[in-house]
Design a protein. Structure first.
Length: 202
């Protein structure tokens, strides 16, 4: 089935995203503290329309949905198995909508949401420049975009080498893409922590 041995010793970006590995990843990291920590570190209003890109099994989506109870929360993930797991506990009349989708082709209309979150997922986007363009397309004017990464090793985001390896890299690319008011803060709970980049659409 193409499974990878010693998964605990490899970077998630090296995983072959078949059903077996998706189930393993969901079990190991689906309810990771970074989801709750991210939602607790941003302001969510009752009428917000929020999108989680790379939502996995929907942990952050479900937490956020309790806060924007008069709004709507969308969760997209390119892995069908993740979306199937996310939908299992979803109430029929909830304000949540899960669907298969990628950052490079977000299945929403222009200027649909006022907040977007990406928790440990931007490093997995196949084309982050196109993904950032899509983020701007679906955000309303002055809409907010939050990028959350686990604190692993100083400013390294823990997803291996690449153009978005550090927070400095992420901030630089956001600036190039035309986002404004870019800030970076760290938040922690017990022994876990996140880097949280916040920016605004022009």
């Amino acid at each position: 089935m193409g499974s990878i041995p010693n998964k605990t010793k490899i970077n998630s970006s090296e995983l072959i995203w078949n059903e077996e590995n998706a189930l393993w990843y969901a079990d190991q990291y689906g309810n990771h503290i970074s989801n709750e920590l991210t939602i607790n570190s941003i302001t969510i209003d009752p009428n917000d329309i929020l999108l989680d890109i790379g939502c996995g099994i929907g942990a952050a989506v479900k937490i956020a949905a309790k806060r924007c109870n008069n709004g709507k929360v969308y969760g997209i993930d390119p892995i069908e198995t993740m979306i199937k797991i996310a939908k299992k506990d979803q109430l029929k009349n909830s304000n949540i909508e899960f669907s298969i989708g990628t950052a490079e082709d977000i299945p929403l209309q222009n200027e649909t949401v006022n907040k977007i979150i990406s928790i440990n997922s931007i490093h997995h986007w196949s084309d982050y420049k196109k993904g950032l363009s899509e983020v701007k397309r679906v955000l309303i004017s002055d809409g907010l975009f939050f990028i959350s990464s686990d604190i692993v090793n100083n400013n390294d985001c823990g997803h291996g080498p690449g153009p978005l390896q550090t927070n400095k890299d992420i901030v630089k690319e956001l600036d190039i893409a035309g986002f404004k008011d870019i800030t970076l803060r760290n938040y922690s709970l017990d022994d876990e922590g996140i880097h949280l980049v916040r920016c605004k659409k022009e």
